[in-house]
Design a protein around this ligand. Structure first.
Ligand SMILES: [Fe+2]
Length: 198
């Protein structure tokens, strides 16, 4: 009878996935890795991680609100808003990933799941049902304003703390995109006639 071969860890069973894994968390939310090959000290990284997690939660909520509005929009401007909301959703997906990866590289833990985002975000939760276009857009504008203000605050704090990487990220990636999206969305609420009355 042929003997079963072993893998490098000495396990005989080399085909069954060991998938019922349960163990303690390896790092708690709010904790920051102590010793990293990065010159910023732990206190600064901890302060920046907390601020970036707030920005991450708010950006995640805005990202999801864009998809909600993309699905639920209706009316004469349906097609353009349906496409515009999805374009902004895609851009917020990139923003969320950029913020999250900076949190991890600073030794922190990202807020990730929807339920956790809902606990942390400062963006008011919209109803589950559908709302009119001006209400959808007003909600988005309020969310952009909140995020833009956070970017300005984090940028100043990062500058003071010598964290130029965070400063650059919130200005170049988050602030500028949110400013542009806010302008594109806000212009839809201007009462501009389609024709000049006789
Ligand atoms: Fe879609």
């Amino acid at each position: 009878m042929a003997t079963k071969s072993k893998n490098s860890a000495g396990n005989k069973d080399m085909t069954t996935p060991h998938w019922h894994a349960k163990a303690k968390e390896i790092q708690k939310f709010g904790e920051v890795t102590k010793d990293l090959p990065h010159p910023l000290d732990e206190k600064v990284r901890s302060k920046m991680v907390a601020k970036l997690n707030q920005l991450l939660a708010d950006s995640s909520a805005l990202r999801d609100m864009y998809k909600k509005h993309h699905w639920q929009v209706s009316g004469p401007t349906f097609y353009q808003l349906h496409l515009l909301f999805d374009k902004h959703f895609d851009e917020q997906v990139d923003i969320v990933d950029t913020i999250a990866e900076r949190i991890q590289l600073l030794g922190g833990v990202t807020v990730a799941m929807g339920g956790d985002v809902a606990e942390i975000t400062k963006i008011p939760r919209p109803p589950k049902g559908r709302e009119e276009v001006p209400v959808q857009i007003s909600r988005l504008l309020e969310a952009h304003k909140l995020i833009i203000k956070e970017c300005l605050d984090i940028s100043d704090a990062a500058d003071d703390a010598g964290d130029q990487g965070t400063n650059d990220l919130v200005v170049s990636d988050v602030l500028r995109t949110n400013e542009l999206q806010s302008w594109f969305i806000g212009q839809h609420l201007v009462a501009m006639p389609l024709t000049i009355p006789e």
